[in-house]
Design a protein around this ligand. Structure first.
Ligand code: SF4
Ligand code: SF4
Ligand code: SF4
Length: 781
């Protein structure tokens, strides 16, 4: 189904009432049928339409709560103490409260993606018209919007069609947010079901945003050979004027790059991005550069390199203007959602604003017109750069830094405040004596949050000292990242669908999220390459994709240079920015539709059941996460795809854990016979936190098992699980007997050891069913 606006235009009409001339009117949007797949049972699901499916998952993967705070202070009855069996003044229990907070976080995340999508689509409709055809993959893609087809039961064809999808998403997020009000939903499982619903709406919104921008801006269209682009502090040519863009919505950056193109300035300035705008800029023009992920904001602004800073929306430090002001860098805010307290100069003449910026009488402005932003940013940076380079005060020298370090009283407050517990006081003590090595070493694990500086009573610019000692390395930080390719081609799905469903490609691992963790980049790159070498399919997106790219092997090559960008065994596939995450879920959905020929249209439960039981996909989000990451994870949960996070498990408030010891939880229905069959705990958890990358790798291998694995596939997956467990945790896993269904599942090279364990555990052979958690069809004998 598509939707079309009906426009009526009457040049001249004689009526009894008089004469009408040049009348134009629009009569809203009418449904238009252009898709012959039969409509499934759940198009545009409401909050409770998929509740039974959610409860099926949640009864197997029960919430395990890790309260971060014992109090609720959401309303003025409170603060309410929720410890033990206590309830709040509204009657809510601690489990209910924890699920409510998770729902609130997921709503914030989903609303953010949804509104990002809305602004993107509104702008593109305004620029290109609502009849602009969607084209996320040229001839390589027939299923252009798998999540939209699945959730809404409609097949969007134009930008205008996406508006109807967003109407639905907005209505749902409003309702979900209402559920968190005092005296509303309090049952923990019902709240969790709503968390899943929020996640599904989040994935829908991300898909809308990405297919809109890919289609209108001609970003790489499902291209495994998307260009290799430059990333890293040292990749920016500082002899040119530098425009730094921070955020997630590429529209103002497109304004900048279009202005440069139209005025033959491409190559004359550097346009450098931080966070997902950085990735999307390189999808628009491979000449754009990426400084790094979210945690690079402070260090790059304090470097004084940018000649102007343009911020759009999401994950931008709220003190960005204060930091820029210290460096005398003008700031342009471009989003109504993030005005930074700046005067709205949208309606003022461009020349006036540039004049004020370059004379230094204006420090920042809100400009809500991307084309104006483009011109002002380029012209201001061009004028400011030479002046700035000339008058730039010499950077703090190492000697001056050492003097600063001498102010340290060793109170250790900075270390207490540091989320990564870094040894700052010890490193400063050494630095004050002339030894900078330890402080430079802190750089690797520092995520640039400057909580240490906030805690320091001596006002020491701790983070600046860390980057000062690591400066030489910073200047050589230059790597290659494969720019976001967008969706996965239908033909790729056809080629890998069978091996994935049979377990012979052991799994799809998606590394997503913010990677704000000590050595996060290195850990992620190591994990990605380990599993690519094991012939898993690796998908990356957003800041996780960037940090994986900021790794070099002994020959100086990044993972994106070492591994193909195809969606195939052994590929490392960067789909793009945060909103491109939708293509990872979309690929799992397309396996059910294109490979298994299941109906997609409005048929969520059957497809999720298929994905959960057959597609060995696992999500990994490493490090401190935003609310958007919570929503993204929830979208994977509703599809039955497990997610691993780490470390610092309690910060995630609750996990969704299976109980391997409760045999009764691990039965499925065999769709061929309608018999109930024990399949073992596969996948064992839906959401689990681990503390180290070693535990994460073992868990990835374990959670890739599915009931549908053939014996060959299961033997392969067990080989990876056992091998990683032995190598990284130093022992044979204690639960192998739960994953062996028949002798043919046993990896040949490990047969002797495993048979001995099976004997000891009194193991019994079972069968491999055609697994489903939902179907109860009549068997015709
Ligand atoms: S929402 Fe409920 S638990 Fe929270 S402060 Fe209000 S009455 Fe207390
Ligand atoms: S800026 Fe770095 S050292 Fe300071 S608190 Fe944050 S992570 Fe720790
Ligand atoms: S908080 Fe400041 S004074 Fe205290 S140990 Fe850290 S750097 Fe030194």
């Amino acid at each position: 189904m598509g939707t079309k606006e009906i426009n009526i235009s009457i040049k001249e009409l004689e009526t009894e009432l008089g004469q009408i001339k040049d009348l134009r009117m629009s009569v809203g949007r009418l449904a238009q049928e252009t898709w012959d797949e039969p409509q499934g049972p759940t198009p545009f699901p409401s909050l409770t339409t998929l509740r039974n499916w959610d409860l099926t998952l949640l009864n197997r993967y029960r919430p395990f709560y890790l309260p971060l705070c014992d109090l609720c202070c959401l309303c003025t009855y409170g603060k309410c103490d929720l410890t033990g069996d206590r309830k709040g003044a509204c009657g809510i229990s601690m489990p209910g409260q924890q699920s409510r907070i998770v729902l609130l976080a997921a709503c914030i995340g989903a609303a953010t993606h949804m509104n990002h999508a809305r602004e993107m689509v509104t702008h593109l409709v305004h620029t290109y018209g609502d009849e602009k055809k969607l084209d996320p993959g040229g001839l390589s893609i027939k299923v252009e919007a798998p999540i939209t087809r699945l959730v809404c039961g409609m097949k969007p064809e134009t930008l205008g069609d996406l508006e109807a999808v967003l109407d639905y998403a907005e209505q749902q997020i409003g309702a979900l947010l209402a559920c968190t009000h005092t005296g509303q939903e309090g049952n923990p499982l019902d709240l969790e079901s709503k968390v899943f619903h929020t996640g599904m709406i989040d994935h829908l919104s991300m898909e809308v945003a990405d297919i809109a921008q890919v289609s209108a801006y001609d970003l790489p269209k499902a291209d495994p050979d998307a260009p290799l682009v430059e990333i890293g502090y040292g990749s920016i040519d500082t002899t040119k004027p530098v425009i730094l863009v921070i955020g997630h919505n590429v529209v103002p950056s497109v304004g900048i790059m279009d202005y440069m193109q139209d005025h033959d300035l491409t190559g004359e300035l550097e346009v450098a991005g931080i966070c997902c705008t950085g990735i999307d800029m390189t999808r628009y023009s491979a000449r754009a550069k990426i400084v790094g992920p979210i945690s690079w904001q402070i260090r790059y602004i304090r470097s004084g390199i940018p000649d102007i800073i343009v911020v759009d929306e999401q994950c931008i430090r709220t003190d960005v203007f204060d930091e820029a002001r210290v460096q005398q860098i003008p700031v342009i805010a471009t989003s109504e959602k993030n005005c930074l307290g700046l005067p709205d100069r949208t309606g003022d003449p461009v020349d006036d604003i540039i004049d004020e910026f370059t004379r230094g009488t204006l420090e920042g402005a809100l400009i809500l017109d991307p084309e104006k932003v483009g011109e002002i940013a380029v012209r201001t940076a061009t004028i400011n750069a030479p002046k700035k380079r000339k008058k730039k005060k010499a950077k703090l020298t190492l000697k001056e830094g050492m003097e600063e370090a001498k102010k340290c009283t060793q109170c250790r407050e900075c270390r207490r405040a540091c989320p990564n517990d870094l040894h700052i006081p010890d490193a400063l003590k050494l630095f004050a004596r002339g030894d900078s090595a330890m402080l430079a070493g802190v750089y690797d694990a520092c995520v640039g949050c400057i909580r240490c500086e906030q805690a320091c009573s001596e006002d020491i610019d701790i983070h600046s000292l860390i980057t000062l000692t690591a400066e030489e390395r910073l200047e050589h930080e230059s790597y290659k990242l494969r720019s976001g390719r967008g969706a996965i081609q239908d033909i790729e799905i056809r080629q890998v669908g069978g091996p994935i469903v049979l377990g012979e490609i052991p799994g799809i691992v998606a590394f997503v999220g913010c990677a704000n963790y000590p050595s996060g980049g290195e850990d992620l790159a190591e994990m990605a390459m380990e599993f690519a070498n094991r012939r898993f399919i690796i998908c990356t997106s957003g800041c996780a994709a960037m940090t994986i790219g900021m790794y070099r092997d002994a020959d100086g090559k990044s993972p994106y240079e070492l591994y193909p960008g195809n969606f195939e065994a052994g590929g490392i596939v960067n789909v793009g920015s945060c909103v491109s995450n939708s293509h990872i879920a979309g690929a799992a959905i397309k396996i059910a539709s294109i490979f298994a020929r299941r109906n997609l249209r409005g048929n969520y439960e059957e497809i999720a059941d298929y994905v959960h039981n057959r597609v060995g996909a696992v999500g990994v989000a490493w490090g401190a996460m935003s609310q958007k990451a919570a929503a993204i994870a929830a979208g994977f949960w509703r599809l039955g795809i497990p997610v691993i996070v780490g470390p610092h498990g309690t910060k995630y408030r609750r996990m969704l854990l299976g109980r391997a010891d409760r045999d009764e939880d691990w039965y499925v229905t065999d769709a061929r016979t309608n018999e109930r069959i024990y399949v073992g705990p596969v996948p064992e958890h839906l959401f689990i936190s681990v503390e180290t990358k070693e535990e994460a790798m073992v868990m990835i291998a374990k959670l890739s098992m599915r009931p549908n694995d053939t014996s060959r596939g299961r033997a392969l997956k067990l080989t990876h699980y056992i091998d990683l467990h032995r190598r990284l945790l130093g022992s044979m896993p204690a639960d192998i007997h739960r994953f062996v269904r028949m002798e043919a599942d046993i990896p040949i090279t490990m047969k002797e050891d495993i048979v001995a364990i099976l004997k000891e555990k009194d193991w019994k052979e079972t069968v491999i069913p055609d697994p489903t958690l939902i179907r109860k069809k009549e068997v015709v004998s």
